[in-house]
Ligand binder design. Structure first.
Ligand SMILES: C[S@@+](CC[C@H](N)C(=O)[O-])C[C@H]1O[C@@H](n2cnc3c(N)ncnc32)[C@H](O)[C@@H]1O
Length: 210
């Protein structure tokens, strides 16, 4: 994947306690336009990143994950289909403030993040106060976050965090496919979503502001 023009993999020293060279410059140096920038965090194979990019050519999309082998699937799909509004960033989500400037991101998707149920791992949950704060620091005011999950635990945890921090919840359902949603982008199914649906789990969805 090192030869892929749509995969960027900063070294540890480029993001740990440092500002990555593309911070604040994604529009000019990567996409060549000023379109809104949308992130999928923990993108895995990048199904959402690619589906969103196809549906919204007037926006730019970056799939972020630490696992290169999974990302390769989405990066290959985007390249073969000439999707110029897609890039993948291979790094830890803990480093997003090193990678994006204040207000640079307009929207974030969290697709089937690991629920991390052990209390000792609360800080690893992608909707913990620690991560929400880092999203707030890179997002435009009023920017939306979408969470899709199979996990009742993560769904309830996130609802409680949002309520206790007085964050605005736009949509909240614990059974997305039984509420008659008309938004077809919500019906995109990732690798993990298909796996959990096959096991009979209902899909939960939250849309909120940070
Ligand atoms: C359960 S998988 C979901 C993948 C994909 N979104 C899907 O729905 O199929 C969680 C993904 O998040 C990534 N991930 C978890 N914690 C991460 C972190 N701190 N930084 C970067 N990636 C992370 C993992 O590598 C994995 O690909």
């Amino acid at each position: 994947m090192t030869a892929y023009p749509n995969v960027i993999a900063p070294g540890f020293e480029e993001v740990f306690g440092a500002d990555f060279r593309l911070k604040g410059c994604w529009a000019d140096e990567v996409f060549g336009n000023r379109h809104p920038l949308v992130l999928e965090l923990g993108c895995g194979k990048g199904e959402y990143t690619v589906a969103l990019a196809r549906k919204y050519p007037e926006k730019n999309f970056i799939g972020v994950d630490i696992k290169g082998a999974r990302m390769w699937v989405g990066a290959t799909d985007a390249l073969q289909n000439h999707l110029a509004n897609v890039t993948f960033l291979r790094t830890r989500i803990e480093f997003i403030r090193s990678c994006f400037a204040s207000g640079e991101v307009s929207e974030i998707w969290l697709t089937f993040p690991d629920p991390q149920p052990q209390q000792s791992r609360e800080n690893k949950r992608l909707t913990s106060p620690r991560f929400l704060q880092s999203y707030r620091e890179i997002m435009q005011p009023g920017g939306m976050i979408h969470l899709k999950t199979d996990s009742q635990f993560l769904f309830e945890y996130t609802c409680n965090i949002l309520k206790s921090n007085n964050l605005r919840i736009i949509t909240c359902t614990d059974d997305l496919y039984n509420v008659g949603s008309t938004d077809d982008i919500l019906s995109v199914q990732t690798y993990y979503e298909k796996m959990f649906m096959d096991k009979g789990y209902t899909i939960k969805y939250l849309k909120f502001e940070v």
